[in-house]
Design a protein around this ligand. Structure first.
Ligand SMILES: Nc1ncnc2c1ncn2[C@@H]1O[C@H](COP(=O)(O)OP(=O)(O)OP(=O)(O)O)[C@@H](O)[C@H]1O
Length: 601
């Protein structure tokens, strides 16, 4: 149904100029054809920009670098080597991808406005280079795209040059379809999920094994390649290219604005944004004539302000969910009521015995300036074991977790993990630990709030598969295990604390880890939920996953743990089975207190 609607919408968009133009411009001045070519070109560029700016959240204002490279590649290869623009465009796209990777490498290390400024700086550098190398580029005077070379007439489909503007409409629309299809494919692939995850919460994304730099780099490269193809066509269409037009900051801003107005990060938003703004701006330009040259910029600004004030998520981001609610009927029901008890253990399921060491941390020390948060701590986790970590607030438990999952590099000591083939590795990054089979949750829950519960869990599942269908299947299976089946389609932001904690565990479990690090998953839960969480962790353990759990709920730690380590002021002060820890005088003094000892006795 959705697919049919999408194809129908695209067909209508393609038919629009052919049906509308003869009606509004019977004399065939070509003005409206030009407007529609402009709409298709800008919509295609906005779709391409949205892969980087919307999905990955990297607000680049330098994407016209690639529009320009595409334009120059088409024109220069045509003029100097007689190459048809179709091939010139492909060569330009390849160069753009290479340059995108080179530029992205330093730029992506910067965040927020610093990233944006660095893209503008590169745009300026490339524009100046185009002016400087005038033997190739024609310098600031620009390059014409000739229809005749000697006696040869370079006109027709091969040369992308026509007397008749309708053919330009067809190519521009074709480019829009290519950019839209690429954008759709990216958004629905593992890469798309990873981009949204990195945009929303980079740390949580790294915990499910995402290499944040690599996925942003991929988005940069795809966006650059597509933009370059559009640039090649547009350069030929305009018949003339120069650095001012091709490497233009105002054009880069416009493209970003169309995506923003339409709905940042939505697949079709950039098209709606362009469709709304370009005709208004062009009409204003036409009505006000030469007297108001440049006024279209003001029109863009006014539309942007109006949309941001009334629809902060853009046209599609705001109207889409509203339509869904209207068509779908019922509002979101109470999410707490839809949480179920986790699946019970299968009858006869037995606990596997505790086996060989799986994860070893030796002499871990972490200093933050003068503060020693972890001081010479050594712990060993065995196969099939639950290792409890307890200690007072600020003792250094979370810091230990961050060291055990690659989120912090130790000041001294190291962590190694045994792989299924028996070899040991010492990963140096969160995705290295994830690849070695270590999954973690966060003390402060980190749901990807813009995604559904199902999509959140799929993010974990993508660690083991590239297929969205398979990830979806795993997500549904894990959701049943933790009791979230009834909430699969709910937005993660609508979950209660208990639901969000389960989601955190589900996302980690979907990675099919061998080691699971749980950071206070029972904090803030009511006694019934704590009991369910204990049962769930036992099931996880029995399925062959080894667990390290930081916990303050003592009844749960004592019931679950095979072995407990106690941390105080960064140091390991005791370790042993729960019964010994409960009686240990140093632990009673530092953490448990006399009352607990009496109650336990
Ligand atoms: N990134 C950091 N920079 C500086 N100090 C830090 C950093 N992270 C943790 N600390 C400090 O290290 C010490 C240990 O903190 P940590 O969060 O590991 O304790 P914790 O045992 O997990 O506490 P809680 O039970 O309250 O979560 C604290 O004094 C904390 O302020």
């Amino acid at each position: 149904m959705r697919l049919a609607l999408s194809f129908g919408g695209l067909a209508a968009l393609f038919a629009l100029p052919f049906w509308l133009i003869p009606a509004i411009d019977p004399e065939g001045s070509g003005f409206w054809q030009h407007i529609f070519v402009t709409i298709f070109v800008f919509a295609a560029m906005a779709c391409a920009w949205n892969i980087l700016g919307g999905f990955a959240g990297q607000l680049s204002l330098g994407q016209t670098i690639f529009y320009g490279i595409g334009g120059y590649a088409g024109a220069m290869l045509n003029q100097h080597f007689g190459l048809i623009p179709w091939l010139g465009g492909i060569a330009g796209a390849a160069v753009s991808v290479a340059i995108a990777v080179a530029i992205a490498w330093p730029c992506l290390r910067l965040r927020g406005p610093f990233f944006t400024l660095s893209t503008i700086a590169f745009l300026e550098v490339i524009r100046l280079l185009a002016i400087h190398f005038k033997d190739f580029t024609g310098g600031s005077a620009g390059l014409p795209v000739p229809m005749f070379v000697g006696t040869e007439m370079r006109i027709g489909w091969a040369w992308m040059l026509f007397r008749d503007k309708e053919n330009y409409l067809i190519i521009a629309f074709g480019l829009l379809v290519v950019c839209l299809a690429a954008s759709w494919a990216v958004r629905n692939s593992r890469l798309g999920f990873y981009l949204v995850a990195v945009r929303e919460r980079e740390d949580a994304a790294r915990a499910v094994g995402v290499n944040a730099t690599a996925v942003k780099l991929a988005a940069f490269a795809i966006s650059a390649g597509l933009t370059s193809l559009v640039g090649t066509f547009h350069g030929i269409y305009l018949n003339f290219i120069d650095p001012e037009t091709m490497f233009s900051l105002p054009t880069a801003i416009q493209v970003a604005m169309f995506a923003l107005i339409g709905g940042l990060g939505t697949v079709t938003g950039p098209i709606w944004g362009t469709l709304l703004v370009v005709p208004i701006a062009e009409a204003a330009r036409g009505w006000l004539g030469a007297a108001a040259n440049g006024l279209h910029g003001l029109v863009y600004g006014l539309v942007l302000v109006a949309v941001v004030l009334t629809m902060p998520k853009g046209l599609v981001g705001s109207i889409g969910p509203w339509l869904k609610r209207r068509l779908g009927g019922a509002a979101e029901a109470d999410t707490a009521a839809r949480i179920e008890a986790p699946e019970a253990a299968a009858p006869g399921e037995e606990r596997p015995p505790v086996g060989e060491p799986l994860l070893e941390a030796r002499n871990l020390t972490k200093r933050f300036g003068g503060l020693v948060a972890t001081n010479d701590v050594s712990v060993t986790l065995r196969e099939g074991e639950v290792l409890g970590v307890i200690g007072p607030n600020g003792a250094g438990k979370t810091t230990l977790f961050n060291l055990l999952s690659g989120f912090l590099a130790p000041s001294a000591g190291g962590v190694k993990v045994r792989l299924p083939d028996g070899s040991w590795v010492s990963p140096g990054s969160p995705h290295g630990f994830a690849a070695a089979g270590v999954a973690r949750t966060f003390q402060i829950v980190q749901p990807f709030t813009g995604l559904s519960v199902r999509e959140n869990i799929m993010l974990g599942a993508f660690h083991g598969t590239r297929s969205a269908v398979e990830a979806r299947r795993i997500a549904e299976e894990v959701a049943a295990t933790v009791g979230l089946t009834g909430l699969l389609d709910a937005e993660a932001r609508s979950l209660t604390v208990g639901g969000a904690k389960r989601l955190e565990v589900a996302r980690a479990l979907a990675m099919k880890p061998r080691v699971l690090l749980l950071d206070e998953v029972m904090a803030g839960l009511n006694p019934a939920d704590v009991q369910q969480a204990v049962e769930l962790i036992k099931r996880v353990r029995d399925s062959g996953v080894s667990v390290i759990a930081i916990e303050h709920v003592m009844a749960a730690v004592m019931a679950l743990s095979d072995h407990i380590v106690v941390i105080n002021s960064g140091k390991l002060i005791a370790e042993g089975p729960p019964s010994e820890i409960a009686r240990n005088p140093a632990v009673i003094e530092a953490y448990l207190g006399e009352e607990y000892a009496h109650a336990a006795a």
